[in-house]
Design a protein around this ligand. Sequence first.
Ligand code: SF4
Length: 299
Amino acid sequence: MYVLREFDPWKNPLCTCPPKYSLHPYTGCSFKCIYCYTTSYIKASQSTPKRNFINRLIRDLRKANPQYPITISNSSDPYPPIELTLKLTRRTLELLLPRGYKVQIITKSILVARDADILSKNNAAVSLTITTLKDSIAKIIEPYAPLPRLRLRAIEKLVKNKIPVAVRVDPLIPYVNDDPYDISKLIKFLANLGVQHIITSTYKVKPDNFKRVCSALPNIRDKLRELYYMCGEYKHGYRYLPKKLRRELLKIVIDEAKIYGLTCSTCREGFPEFQNAPTCDGTHLIPERINTSLAGVTL
Ligand code: SF4
């Protein structure tokens, strides 16, 4: 396979995702979130379109299992600013969706709302990340991504177009976006907008993302170092917060989601009791509007 890969988060046993493909029209990511996990594997710091992407995708689809959902994208946003003119993600959707493939978009971008026309008629759902409602925090931790209130407007448009939406409240970073009152406000907002599923997770440290977090937030550097390096634990390539604290932080989000009748799950945390949905990643929201047995037939 050239560009369509079976999703495999480096064989992390804590991952509970169902079988699915991972597809990235772009490599690298212009949003430069300070906590980004992929920068320790992918060095490109700007979103760059993959060469000959559509042709390579067509070749891969001939060998793919059409029943697997295709997630776009797990380690680079599919709607960076360059997508506005390049329309590579749009062309990808135009190839996949009318043929019955199941697609989940994963993004922080408001540009996804542009494609509501094609997403709404096909087997598609969206997972949008919102870590905080506060612009002041978002500007520090996700410096080049659209502001949270703009993302809320994008969700509004998607829901109005009957596109199922999950939201990732992810990552929760101690002292940054873990205030229970703020989390409660965020979940209430999302529920009122018609979001169906919440995925949450705590920040996991990799040396390069920790360097960025410490440099952007010097006032909490020592406290984070203590939590992650003195009291926390090392798991599968990442430093985690102490288990008790992780459970407490995640529970704030999970309890709020339940209050508003949303399904919820955690990501690579090892707390199966926090999941009350058919899938952790929200792919169960993908509707079957086009017969999936058609997938691949006309390639
Ligand atoms: S949007 Fe996702 S891939 Fe892009 S920088 Fe942020 S965390 Fe990384």
